[in-house]
Write a protein that binds this ligand. Structure first.
Ligand SMILES: N[C@@H](CCC(=O)N[C@@H](CS)C(=O)NCC(=O)O)C(=O)O
Length: 296
């Protein structure tokens, strides 16, 4: 391993990059430069048509919020089984998961309610799939639908700068480097300003109605604003100064479906907020970690 003591040390890339398994960082043990399964492992299938394989990261939470919102709206067909994928243990590289998502990332959804099972991967595609399946949280009017999709795709393109860029170098890299932290802080603050200016004039991302665009953006930028991501990053980025994003974040946080969706497949935080697997609506009352493991 070539360890730099600080970011001023020079690095000359070799002619051909080689995989150094010891290159450090929080996710070094699961990162690898090749795709495909590492082991045989079928995915479990529960009683509902919709089977979700996920973890409560911001990308995972988008989908559980959407499913809980659909159920709150009375779409009983949105009942789902949520299975836990422990990405730190490499569950995403099991053969069953790779068949559901060849990209080996949570979330992945399999709909057994179609003539043959439909796999859906990429959180944005899952939100769109569910919105179309249930005709909900996506405006029917073409212009409004386009605006909703503008913001959905904005999130899919922007969040990797927040997570893979800023979050990685601010919180997870093996040592602090000024250049990437500067570069990605500047970009994330620019993104927050984009949101702030838009939310100054719109209640929700797609206008007057709450939609899948809000569900995609809130788990990332709402959690960042609320100080739930990457240590002291909310202070570092002065997120409270984006007052319209703060208003929007708080409004969405009041939604019961958001509070429920955030708990599903969660492995960290208060035990009462962790519902490792969800197979029934009653699980929120009966099967959170404080109930299943009262001794901790
Ligand atoms: N663009 C993808 C990103 C999904 C993603 O990055 N998932 C992460 C957790 S948030 C993951 O599964 N990481 C495991 C790995 O990289 O091996 C989406 O929105 O679904």
């Amino acid at each position: 391993m070539t360890q730099q003591s600080d970011d001023t040390a020079a690095y000359t890339p070799p002619a051909v990059w080689k995989w150094d398994k010891q290159n450090g960082g929080k996710f070094a043990s699961i990162n690898r430069p090749i795709a495909g399964p590492t082991h045989e492992q079928d995915l479990p299938v529960g009683k509902h048509p919709l089977q979700l394989y996920s973890l409560a990261t911001p990308n995972g939470v988008k989908v559980t919020i959407m499913l809980e919102e659909l159920l709150a709206l009375g779409h009983s067909g949105a009942e789902y089984d949520a299975w836990l994928i422990r990405i730190g243990d490499g569950n995403q590289f099991g053969s069953g998961f790779v068949a559901a998502n060849p990209n080996s990332k949570i979330p992945a959804l399999v709909d057994h309610g179609t003539a043959s099972p439909t796999r859906v991967f990429e959180s944005g595609a899952i939100l769109l799939y569910l919105a179309e399946k249930f005709a909900a949280f996506l405006p029917a009017d073409h212009a409004k639908r386009t605006e909703c999709l503008n913001w959905l795709f904005w999130q899919m393109g922007s969040a990797p700068y927040l997570g893979g860029g800023f979050g990685h170098f601010y919180a997870y890299a093996p040592f602090k480097m000024e250049y990437p932290i500067d570069r990605f802080s500047m970009e994330v603050k620019r993104q927050l300003d984009v949101l702030d200016r838009h939310l100054a004039e719109n209640q929700y991302m797609a206008g007057d109605d709450y939609s899948i665009a809000d569900m995609a953006i809130w788990p990332w930028y709402g959690n960042l604003i609320a100080g739930n991501l990457y240590g002291d990053s909310a202070t570092f980025l002065d997120t409270q100064s984006y007052t319209h994003v703060v208003r929007w974040q708080q409004e969405i946080w009041q939604r019961p479906a958001v509070k429920r969706g955030r708990k599903v497949n969660r492995l960290a935080g208060k035990p009462s907020d962790q519902l490792h697997e969800r197979h029934d609506a009653s699980d929120f009352d009966l099967r959170t970690e404080d109930k299943l493991n009262p001794e901790g």
